[in-house]
Design a protein around this ligand. Structure first.
Ligand SMILES: NC(=O)c1ccc[n+]([C@@H]2O[C@H](COP(=O)([O-])OP(=O)(O)OC[C@H]3O[C@@H](n4cnc5c(N)ncnc54)[C@H](OP(=O)(O)O)[C@@H]3O)[C@@H](O)[C@H]2O)c1
Length: 261
């Protein structure tokens, strides 16, 4: 096991929203943080900003839909910081609509980006990242409350996130004896660029304004507001700590009471 302040953490989709907050949280906790996303310029800007908090931050371009890109990403992280202790599978996309009108292209891309990616990256980290040979490790998958209940006009997204929860529970049980925990964090509504795009999509589908969609969504949340990326990142920061060793195979909500399951 690496000393806590030397642990190497990989975070996908860390240039925006929840992933960015997780990178900030783990950098603040003293991890060596390696990030990836598709837009190289955003990765470079994010690395630069995070280094003001912790010099041990780096990253590279990554498309979680590509086996080759995932391999290069993990190999680059190992070359930079050494074997991987913590993986946060965060990269994802929204996507849905009237199911009868959903195209193959949309369906497969949502499933590939949100679900296949989690398997692909996790397998790469277990092998190239060396986690399968370690007595300690943490894998956190950012799923969604949509991974526990159906979301209207969100069949591809809900299906992908239910898959992430199932993968998490199976792998968590498989790896439990090894000291590697595997958990899903399930945000409800979190104020990020993705959340803005989702509101735009529903406003168009229901022929109304984004403000009305926001009010409708907020009224469904017992807390009365969206969660913040930092609130989601706080749970991730806890799950990757030593004291969270007995929490595995779980799917934990951060949702202002939206989900009661
Ligand atoms: N916001 C919410 O209300 C909410 C609720 C529940 C769950 N979630 C989940 O939380 C995660 C993050 O969501 P967010 O709201 O923070 O989204 P976001 O603001 O849109 O950020 C998404 C991040 O993922 C990256 N990304 C997207 N596709 C990628 C790909 N194919 N390969 C690598 N990186 C990719 C993006 O950068 P590039 O575009 O440059 O690649 C960006 O860094 C997602 O898994 C989402 O499903 C969000």
């Amino acid at each position: 096991m690496s000393a806590q302040d030397e642990r190497v953490a990989l975070i996908t989709g860390a240039t925006s929203g929840i992933g960015l907050a997780v990178a900030d949280q783990l950098a603040t906790q003293g991890h060596r943080v390696f990030i990836g996303a598709r837009t190289a310029e955003s990765v470079a800007q994010t690395v630069k900003a995070l280094r003001e908090r912790n010099p041990h931050v780096d990253g590279t371009e990554l498309d979680v839909r590509s086996d080759a890109s995932v391999h290069e990403f993990v190999a680059a992280a190992v070359a930079r910081f050494g074997s991987v202790d913590v993986l946060v599978n965060n990269a994802g996309r929204s996507g849905g609509g009237v199911t009868a009108d959903v195209t193959d292209e949309l369906w497969f891309d949502v499933i590939d980006t949100n679900l296949h990616s989690v398997f692909r990256m996790t397998r790469e980290v277990l092998n190239t990242g060396g986690m399968r040979d370690k007595p300690w490790g943490r894998i956190v998958n950012i799923a969604s409350t949509a991974g526990k209940q159906g979301v209207v006009l969100g069949a591809p997204y809900s299906a992908s996130k239910h898959g992430v929860v199932g993968f998490t529970k199976a792998l968590g049980n498989e790896l439990a004896p090894t000291g590697v925990t595997v958990n899903a964090v399930c945000p409800g509504y979190v104020e990020t660029p993705m959340a803005q795009r989702v509101r735009q999509g529903y406003a168009a589908a229901y022929d109304t304004t984004e403000e009305q969609i926001l009010a409708r969504f907020q009224s469904k949340i017992p807390l009365g507001r969206y969660s913040t990326p930092a609130e989601v990142a706080g749970l991730v920061g806890y799950l990757v700590s030593d004291v969270a060793a007995s929490i595995t195979s779980q799917a934990l909500n951060v949702c202002g009471g939206l989900g009661n399951f």
